[in-house]
Design a protein around this ligand. Structure first.
Ligand code: IMP
Length: 429
């Protein structure tokens, strides 16, 4: 049993937690490999909603080991809050079940303050980050100045590293941005308390993954964010600071490509994004509200982490072809098909028009993307509610055609379709 990777094929929020939860059944280990609590995964089980930011969705399955891998960035205060909330609902988050890789990088209050100060300073040019300190933490990692979770095992080294870290960041905060200085001793004391609770969870992540693979167990790599938020393959600079793509799963967990079996790309039946940057199929007004919802339902298109209304638009096949290519997708999972029920016609962007030419592929240059106009093909809609449909043969013809059209246009088969937020609202294609 090999490594299976679940990645977002669009700009994040595709419903990855949902499919991870489903596949976690057969997994021995479910591991997060990149990002931090900028992610928000919603899992609904028997009407109970679990909102997870850092802990892999596999935690809901008794018997599955969950790993927060080397490639992630971890705010220990958020992790502990999430653990406490799960424990209060009877979920086992003991060190036997939840592991934190020593090589994961720590997000500190100084990183969060810098993220906020930097965004404010950018003004109209702001990235629209989640303000969780993600960018500054990965910056420190790349500058080789980061603090790794392994410090939790050494109290003196942790305190010393934090005092030096806060002193250095205060120079930027006060001198560069005119913000208030942070109290290094207070941050060190706070982290000493976090360390006492989290040290028993520390593990050598790559070793744990290898041991599972060697004994033939399945490891599920749970992506956060999405392909277009990837620092190398996304809509730079409107991206996150990590590698949510399939390559990131390998470096983030410390395994090589020969272990991989399936690379499952999750895409919504339409497109959403949060944050700034060009979005060729974006809608506004009533058409946008039709796809977004009004925020009354937990699965309406409002950010799990920030509560911001998501930008919404029609499905974009150049994006899905890009995701297929940069991730070597073996298949697609199409989520939220039920939201399209009741539309007379459904536009799907098949190619772009760029400076008078038809282009099939997603441009790597953001300035070119901003000039792209979507060329739509109109597919017939369906009136029927599909939320109770469980077999492909029971889908309305037009819905079945929509799924087939997406598979053909993206160049990857659709293996599952979700038709609602519930664990059982899935069709195996
Ligand atoms: P950061 O990751 O907080 O630095 O934010 C950078 C960009 O990625 C912003 O546009 C965020 O809105 C976006 N982003 C980060 N995490 C997620 C996510 O889980 N879903 C959707 N967008 C995200």
């Amino acid at each position: 049993m090999p490594l299976n990777i679940i990645i977002g094929a669009q700009w994040g929020d595709e419903g990855k937690g949902h499919i991870t939860d489903r596949l976690a059944h057969d997994a021995a280990v479910v591991a997060r490999y990149s990002g931090g609590d900028n992610a928000g995964h919603t899992v609904t089980i028997a009407g109970e909603i679990f909102k997870l930011h850092l802990i892999p969705s596999g935690i809901i399955h008794p018997g599955v080991l969950c790993l927060i891998g080397n490639g992630t960035v971890v705010n220990p205060a958020v992790l502990l809050r999430e653990m406490d909330a799960l424990a209060a609902r009877g979920v086992d988050v003991s060190p036997e079940r939840l592991k934190l890789s020593g090589g994961a990088h720590l997000i500190t209050p100084a990183h969060i303050a810098l993220d906020q100060a930097h965004e404010r300073a950018r003004g109209k040019e702001a990235i629209g980050t989640t303000m969780r300190g993600i960018g500054p933490t990965y910056t420190d990692k790349a500058r080789r100045e980061g603090l790794r979770a392994e410090l939790f095992a050494d109290h003196d080294a942790l305190a010393e590293a934090l005092m030096a870290h806060v002193a250095a960041k205060n120079e930027a905060l006060v001198g560069g941005y005119g913000e208030a200085a942070l109290d290094g001793a207070a941050v060190a004391a706070e982290f000493a308390a976090h360390a006492r609770r989290l040290a028993p969870h520390l593990v050598d992540g790559p070793l744990l993954v290898d041991e599972a693979l060697r004994r033939g167990a399945m490891v599920l790599a749970e992506g956060a964010q999405g392909t277009l938020l990837d620092i190398d393959h996304g809509t730079y600079p409107f991206v996150t600071s990590s590698s949510p793509t399939a390559g990131g799963a390998l470096t983030g967990l410390g395994v090589g490509p020969r272990e991989v079996d399936r690379v499952i790309g999750v895409a919504k039946a339409f497109t959403t994004r949060v944050g700034s940057g060009p979005f060729p199929t974006e809608l506004d007004g009533a058409a946008a509200t039709r796809l977004r919802g009004t925020g009354e339902k937990p699965w309406d298109e409002f950010g799990t982490t920030t509560g911001r209304p998501r930008r919404v638009g029609w499905l974009d096949l150049p994006i899905l072809r890009h995701a297929r290519r940069v991730n070597s997708l073996s298949e697609l999972v199409l989520t939220k098909l039920d939201i399209l029920s009741g539309l007379d016609e459904i536009p799907v962007c098949v190619v772009y028009e760029l400076d008078g030419r038809r282009v099939e592929s997603f441009p790597h240059d953001l300035r070119a993307l901003a000039r792209c106009r979507p060329i739509y093909e109109m597919l017939p809609g369906w009136a029927e509610d599909v939320t109770e449909t469980r077999r492909p043969g029971d889908l309305p013809d037009a819905a079945r055609r929509y799924v087939d059209f997406v598979a053909a246009g993206a160049g990857a088969p659709v293996s599952y379709v979700s038709v609602g937020p519930g664990r059982e609202q899935f069709i195996v294609m």
